[in-house]
Design a protein around this ligand. Structure first.
Ligand SMILES: Cc1cc2nc3c(=O)[nH]c(=O)nc-3n(C[C@H](O)[C@H](O)[C@H](O)COP(=O)(O)O)c2cc1C
Length: 205
């Protein structure tokens, strides 16, 4: 049975444009995989705490030496890692806020990047340990950035996921959402059509 993990990072929860595009993808996926399991994580509703020196120390303290507070922190991070480890498909709703990824998503990333658990350093360089997954990212932006140096998200998210071993990553963009009603509508309908095409391609494959 296949598992899909949907992570939304919009401060607007399910109402966010990135979340709505992600939801369209998930609905189509469920139609194709009726026995598949969907796990949802809303980073605005249930924020992951920012990383701190104490939390990072908890990650790096061996199991047997952790105090009670460190165990709580490390086990929380390990539960997040287990959740993504179990997923075959990762769906990420990615708003752009102030030229970057939402801080909620960064805090999540900071809790799933763990040496020895999701990546390891070898003589040949870092190796990602979350292999065999495919990720779909739904990026919503007020302006137009894709393909320009102002797009601080695409390369970063690709690099981060690749670092953890997830290198098959597809982006769907809804840009120009704040430029005007026409731009917004045509961008959203273009993104929806792209999602539909992803599934049409899979059927044809
Ligand atoms: C606090 C905040 C900051 C934003 N900063 C940017 C920005 O830097 N660049 C941009 O293109 N759009 C920006 N926007 C517009 C959002 O990218 C746009 O509303 C998008 O739909 C957000 O995704 P969401 O609807 O899934 O939350 C910003 C919106 C908010 C609320």
């Amino acid at each position: 049975m296949s598992t899909l993990l949907q992570i939304n990072a919009s401060i607007l929860g399910e109402q966010g444009q990135s979340s709505q595009l992600a939801a369209r993808f998930v609905a189509a996926w469920k139609e194709r995989s009726p026995r598949g399991q969907v796990v949802q994580r809303d980073l605005a509703a249930e924020p992951v705490p920012h990383l701190s020196a104490a939390r990072f120390a908890a990650f790096n303290t061996p199991l047997a030496q952790r105090d009670a507070a460190q165990s709580v922190v490390a086990e929380y991070s390990e539960a997040l890692i287990e959740e993504i480890r179990r997923a075959d498909v990762l769906v990420l709703g990615l708003p752009m806020y102030n030229f970057g990824i939402p801080s909620q998503l960064k805090a999540y990333f900071d809790h799933i990047a763990r040496a020895g658990l999701t990546f390891s350093y070898t003589a040949a360089g870092p190796v990602g340990l979350l292999q065999g997954k495919r990720a779909y990212v739904f990026a919503a932006r007020g302006g137009l950035y894709a393909g320009t140096t102002l797009d601080t998200q695409t390369q970063y998210v690709r690099d981060f996921l690749r670092f953890l071993g997830i290198s098959e990553v597809e982006f769907v963009y809804a840009e120009g959402l704040a430029i005007g009603a026409e731009s917004r509508e045509s961008s959203l309908s273009g993104a929806r059509a792209q999602i539909d095409r992803l599934f049409a391609q899979q059927l044809a494959a």
